[in-house]
Design a protein around this ligand. Structure first.
Ligand code: C5P
Length: 217
């Protein structure tokens, strides 16, 4: 059994994809399985933290002792993060948030036709929205990159005012979606840099180890 070194700490985790409706039966989404966020929730809970998991649609079961809040759209995820951010010590944004939503959702199912144009507009960036509300929370973002992993990750670290960013390498050998394993580069605002190729559970546990001294116990 893991050590109970996060007793009394509150960890807010987002996981999975979001869904942006097109009409009552169709939506736009992505390939996120939710496994990274759920693994984080599981290990944080086992280490004694009080965990809230804001989850998009996934087929995963809720880890033991974790409070789960189900959402579908980015707007719903943003609202739920805003409701809970003030009361957490750590925010882990592992969700693959949809950057776009359909401008005019149809209230009726769109009929079959030769072509269909959808106008997509920008969704809010949840991490940017909460950056101004940040007090003592440790904020961890995730990024999936196919190229220039460290450049893109450090750019996001600064732009989103994160304490840590965990960048997934997406390559022929490292395809993180749905996998138990992940190849990651972890960068911190204070200049730390770690490279790991491990299970999602071990990566989550490693992150808990390195953030531990940042949280006041
Ligand atoms: O999509 P992107 O690579 O910018 O995602 C990096 C981080 O930002 C992730 O932690 C993701 O959860 C978060 N994000 C967000 N709101 C968005 C898009 C991404 O908070 N609209």
């Amino acid at each position: 059994y893991p050590k109970k070194d996060f007793v009394g700490k509150r960890i807010l985790i987002t996981a999975g994809p979001t869904r942006e409706p097109i009409d009552p039966v169709r939506y736009i989404s992505n390939r996120s399985s939710g496994k990274m966020g759920f693994a984080f929730a599981q290990i944080a809970s086992l280490r004694g933290a009080q965990v809230k998991l804001i989850s998009g649609p996934t087929s995963l079961s809720t880890p033991y002792m974790v409070e789960r809040i189900d959402i579908e759209t980015t707007e719903e995820m943003l609202k739920s993060v805003l409701d809970n951010f003030e009361f957490c010590d750590v925010l882990v944004m592992a969700a693959a948030v949809s950057d776009f939503k359909v401008d005019q959702q149809s209230s009726k199912k769109i009929k079959k036709k030769n072509s269909l144009e959808l106008n997509l507009i920008a969704n809010p960036d949840i991490l940017k929205e909460i950056s101004s509300l940040k007090k003592n929370q440790v904020v961890i973002g995730f990024a999936a990159e196919t190229e220039n992993l460290s450049e893109n990750a450090s750019k996001k670290l600064v732009e989103k005012k994160l304490d840590y960013i965990v960048a997934n390498r997406i390559s022929e050998t490292g395809f993180p979606f749905g996998s138990e394993n992940n190849e990651v580069l972890i960068l911190s605002a204070s200049g730390e840099c770690y490279e790991l190729n491990s299970t999602k559970i071990d990566i989550a546990s490693f992150i808990l180890d390195i953030i531990k001294e940042r949280i006041s116990f």
